[in-house]
Design a protein around this ligand. Structure first.
Ligand code: FES
Length: 485
């Protein structure tokens, strides 16, 4: 199901790239980060072409709760102790500045995108950790204070409030910015030779290239697949639920997200690493919680998000890799894609124009922290698990007994085949080895997809690629009527 944002915002279609073009900067990805970066570059006098694999804002930019805030969970006490005051302060200021830049841009361009200033809250049942976070945030100049009183029906010892943050309608904003930009849709970049980018029917020769495509799809250089994993989360739009007057996020056992949009409450949660699926379903758990907290409310939409997570919880924004000084990247936004997109656009625009920002060192992809080294080890362990895991495995003869609307892995000789049975009894068999780096895919019962636990690529039940870093579909081995039981 599509999110409320995409349901009410139609962005005009663009053609696919045909033939050869030249430009100063090629941006890969027409999500919020790509469009913002392209817009700022054009404002700075650069000629830009944006190449999008699908449609403008068809990826994670439409699957969000659209909060713009420097409050990213309870991070600042930890950031100070792990990264030091200077880095924590620069991270905080970069994100605070991003809110002001949205405000300024939206005001100047008169963009009708439901931009509203709202306070942001992180609630917890642990009062001590909330108070430590308030102290840390205040030291960094953030507008933080403790409050013991929040108007939501979830048990908490209180919350950290950041005043004057913001929320908006992301697709209305993107549509307005994309209006004057050169964007080619259905133009996936298949390969690169330096800064020449090749799509199925054309090529773009640029002086610089920006990867703003959620997860960098080239394994080398950069090795981003060793440095990030992906996580999924789920959102319900509820009618008949209360106005909560702010943006909320829980930590610990009540890790739920809440904000209003018009008369709806956007209620999110059930985070998990991509590929770690469970029988019973995440949506069902979230719906049960919604009915417990907001009895009588009615769901009018639901959607899911996928986020790239880094080991030190700081995005990678800057030069892609030392071996490629003319490539730039923006990825690893964790759950804060709206704010991080603006931070990324500012940094990348400055770098491409030969300037620096006070925040470059915080987000530099060439940093390697101790957390990251242990994170890389963790990603490696997960990748090995992904190569061997056989969760939901079912014997060959049970294909016939597979319930309609369900999927599973069938072992045929030495080979594992992913089988999905549609509601009308058609079975689809796909290879379940991920074309990215070969991990074993897992069936996702919530979204009827094959998900990779290693780096988060996803494929529909026919094997069609939903999102990377993989770049190819899974081979569809067969499609046939299920045998009678
Ligand atoms: Fe990397 Fe699947 S996404 S192996």
């Amino acid at each position: 199901m599509e999110s409320i944002w995409s349901g009410i915002c139609d962005i005009p279609k663009r053609p696919a790239l045909q033939g050869h073009q030249q430009t100063q900067v090629a941006v890969i990805g027409a999500g919020l980060a790509g469009i913002l970066t392209a817009y700022l570059l054009e404002q700075a006098g650069k000629q830009v072409i944006v190449l999008e694999a699908d449609r403008i804002a068809s990826g994670q930019s439409q699957n969000t709760t659209a909060k713009i805030t420097a409050q990213h969970g309870l991070i600042y006490a930890n950031l100070i102790s792990k990264q030091g005051m200077e880095m924590a302060r620069a991270y905080a200021q970069a994100n605070l500045q991003a809110i002001e830049q949205y405000d300024q841009l939206i005001t100047e361009k008169r963009i009708a995108c439901d931009f509203q200033r709202r306070d942001s809250y992180v609630f917890s049942q642990n009062k001590q950790e909330l108070q430590a976070e308030v102290q840390a945030a205040q030291k960094l100049g953030l507008p933080a204070e403790f409050t013991g009183d929040i108007p939501i029906p979830i048990p908490a010892a209180g919350a950290v409030r950041f005043s004057n943050q913001a929320q908006f309608h992301p697709l209305k904003f993107i549509a307005a910015l994309a209006d004057g930009l050169t964007v080619y849709e259905h133009s996936a970049v298949r390969s690169m030779d330096g800064t020449v980018l090749y799509t199925d029917d054309g090529s773009v020769e640029a002086q610089q290239a920006v990867f703003a495509c959620h997860y960098p799809f080239l394994n080398w250089p950069g090795l981003y697949f060793t440095r990030m994993h992906q996580e999924r989360s789920y959102v319900l739009a509820l009618k008949g639920a209360p106005q909560v007057d702010g943006m909320y996020l829980g930590v610990g056992s009540n890790a739920y997200s809440l904000r209003n949009w018009e008369d709806l409450l956007l209620f999110g949660g059930e985070n998990h690493r991509t590929g770690e699926n469970q029988e019973g379903g995440r949506y069902r758990a979230l719906r049960e919680k919604a009915q417990e907290l907001f009895p009588g409310s009615r769901e009018v939409a639901h959607w899911s998000a996928q986020d790239c997570m880094t080991a030190d919880h700081i995005p990678f924004i800057g030069q892609y890799a030392p071996a490629r000084p003319d490539w730039y990247v923006a990825t690893g936004f964790e759950k804060w894609g709206m704010t991080s997109s603006m931070v990324a656009a500012q940094i990348l625009c400055a770098r491409i124009c030969g300037e620096e920002t006070p925040y470059d060192f915080v987000f530099s992809p060439s940093r390697f922290s101790l957390e990251e080294l242990s994170g890389i080890a963790g990603e490696g362990v997960q990748a090995v698990k992904g190569l061997t895991k056989t969760l939901f495995e079912i014997p060959e003869e049970t294909i016939a007994e597979l319930k309609a609307g369900h999927g599973g892995i069938v072992t045929v000789g030495e080979e594992k085949i992913g089988v999905y049975k549609s509601e009308n009894g058609i079975c689809f068999g796909v290879k379940t080895r991920c074309p990215h780096l070969g991990c074993q895919l897992e069936w996702n019962p919530d979204e009827r997809s094959w998900d990779c636990p290693c780096h988060g690529s996803r494929f529909d039940y026919r094997g069609i690629l939903i999102c990377g870093p993989a770049q190819e579909n899974l081979p569809l081995l067969w499609e046939r009527k299920a045998p009678e039981v």
